[in-house]
Write a protein that binds this ligand. Structure first.
Ligand code: ATP
Ligand code: MG
Length: 481
């Protein structure tokens, strides 16, 4: 019989409340799995299943732990949770669930621990540890979850067709856990995912996206996307990504498979950054290649403008996936849009002006952009890889030089639209934009320095060209700063 040493005082408190109330309680789910794997559970979520009312026990435990613990109750789910130290502790009453195929709402009744374990998604998530004094630390494992943990296998506790039919999100969860834990999905279980793949359509976009984001944040996200592809789920939930697959040949000339390339870029970036949105940019950087693909006898395959069209495709993808349409999305779009620019800058005779322009457009995201470009090098040819990397080292150096000289990152043109309007006594409109751009271009091109007096002079000159007169030209230029 396997027994565990639960060191934390909080488990003893829970134990004595359970004994006092004369009811059973068990640790279950992710906490038990990660505890047995010796894996750090970063969120420190603890799930406890009790016989009877989880809400009632949560209240009693919270009270016994001290004053001022706020218990959040979710009556609809029959759960209650509170924070204690670093932990989020959630209590739920043991349940027996049966599903009606046409409705996503399960019929729920009170059940035994075993009923509750059966409704769990995988054997490794159905492991329970006793918390009463009579079974303190004892592992309760009716489905061979421990064996599966040892063999690193994802398997459903019941017939997989039933488990996946009851809640098709579990198909995504299987792939997500396989990716996070680097486990294999057992053969029958995987075949059942293939059979049931169409059922994913009844699951909400939010839940699906939650799993995709967890796959994205894994150490090696490509594992998950390859499994999604193999199972047939990918083309249902993420058709744009599935479209990247394949190599077309004309006259014996092919292009690279952009699906596997994108996954490689994603894995590369994931070795350097935990930024979810940078990872999204890596996954989507070539998303417009299928729609921009052309073949010409002279030059072979091209994907003209794919960076620009790709950035434009992002909002529709984010909207469908219920990802937030905010600054993060704009950042993803910006990186996709700019992802070829550093390559251009690595060519010979690149002007300071071109460097300044990229710094101006990328702003503070320039370092992320350079990281993305380096991750984008997936050539199998060693010499080529070394050459590309050296090129980017050169670009980084040029960027640093210009940055030091001109402080162009996050630069705001020294003359605002309001200033132009006031100077010439005009209404907001076309001329203001023309003058503003003219000044900005002159600074980025190095024609004038990035300062107010030079910009003001240029404003007056451009204004005269447009037939504008300053309304009050007596003010001293130097007073304006
Ligand atoms: P993590 O929190 O690290 O992602 P977890 O295993 O704790 O992993 P949760 O989503 O927090 O996953 O769920 C807690 C437990 O609840 C799971 O271990 C599993 O036993 C059960 N569970 C969660 N979602 C489902 C589901 N859709 N179907 C069946 N059981 C589920
Ligand atoms: Mg959890």
């Amino acid at each position: 019989m396997m027994k565990f040493c639960l060191k934390d005082k909080v488990f003893e408190k829970i134990s004595s409340v359970l004994d006092m109330e004369g009811t059973e309680g068990y640790l279950i789910g992710g906490f038990v799995r990660d505890f047995l794997l010796g894996r750090d559970n970063p969120q420190k979520d603890i799930d406890i299943v009790v016989k009877g009312s989880g809400i009632k026990i949560a209240g009693k435990v919270a009270r016994s732990l001290g004053k001022g613990i706020k218990v959040s109750v979710y009556r609809n789910f029959g759960t209650a949770m509170f924070r204690y130290d670093d932990y989020n502790i959630e209590f739920v009453g043991a349940r027996k669930e049966s599903y009606n195929r046409d409705s996503r709402k399960p019929v729920v009744e009170d059940g035994t621990l075993e009923d509750d374990q059966k409704r769990r998604d995988f054997t490794i998530n159905a492991l329970a540890i006793g918390l009463n004094s009579s079974n303190w630390g004892r592992l309760i494992d009716p489905f061979g979850g421990l064996e599966d943990l040892k063999n690193r296998i994802i398997r459903t506790p019941l017939d997989p067709d039933r488990t996946f039919d009851d809640d098709p999100l579990r198909m995504m969860r299987a792939i997500r856990f396989a990716t996070q834990l680097d486990f294999t999905i057992e053969k029958q279980t995987f075949e059942s995912i293939i059979r049931n793949r169409e059922r994913i359509k009844i699951v909400s976009a939010e839940r699906i996206t939650g799993e995709i984001n967890k796959i994205m944040m894994a150490e090696k996200p490509s594992t998950g996307f390859k499994l999604l592809d193999k199972s047939g789920l990918l083309s249902i939930i993420f058709p744009e990504l599935a479209n990247l697959k394949g190599v077309e040949m004309i006259e014996g000339r092919g292009h690279k498979d952009n699906f596997y390339h994108s996954l490689e870029v994603l894995d590369n970036i994931s070795r350097h950054s935990d930024n979810l949105w940078l990872r999204w940019a890596a996954l989507l950087h070539d998303i417009a290649k299928p729609v921009t693909k052309k073949y010409s006898e002279k030059t072979g395959w091209s994907f003209h403008n794919h960076e620009f069209i790709g950035a434009k495709m992002v909002p529709a993808i984010f909207r469908r996936m219920k990802l937030p349409l905010n600054e993060n999305m704009k950042y993803v779009q910006k990186l996709i849009d700019l992802h070829l620019r550093p390559v251009d800058l690595s060519k010979e005779n690149v002007t300071d002006s071109a460097i300044r322009r990229l710094l101006y457009e990328a702003g503070n995201d320039i370092d992320d952009l350079m990281m993305l470009c380096e991750a984008d090098i997936t050539s199998k040819n060693r010499e080529k890889r070394i050459r590309h990397l050296a090129n980017f080292r050169y670009v980084r150096q040029k960027l640093a030089e210009i940055e030091e000289k001109d402080a162009i990152r996050n630069f705001q043109p020294p003359i605002s639209g309001d200033e132009i309007i006031a100077t010439f006594g005009i209404k907001p409109g076309r001329e203001v934009g023309i003058i503003k751009n003219f000044i900005k271009d002159a600074i980025l091109d190095g024609i004038i320095p990035n300062d107010f007096n030079a910009a003001k002079e240029l404003m007056l000159k451009k204004g005269r060209e447009l037939g504008l007169q300053p309304v009050n030209d007596t003010r001293e230029v130097s007073d304006q700063e």
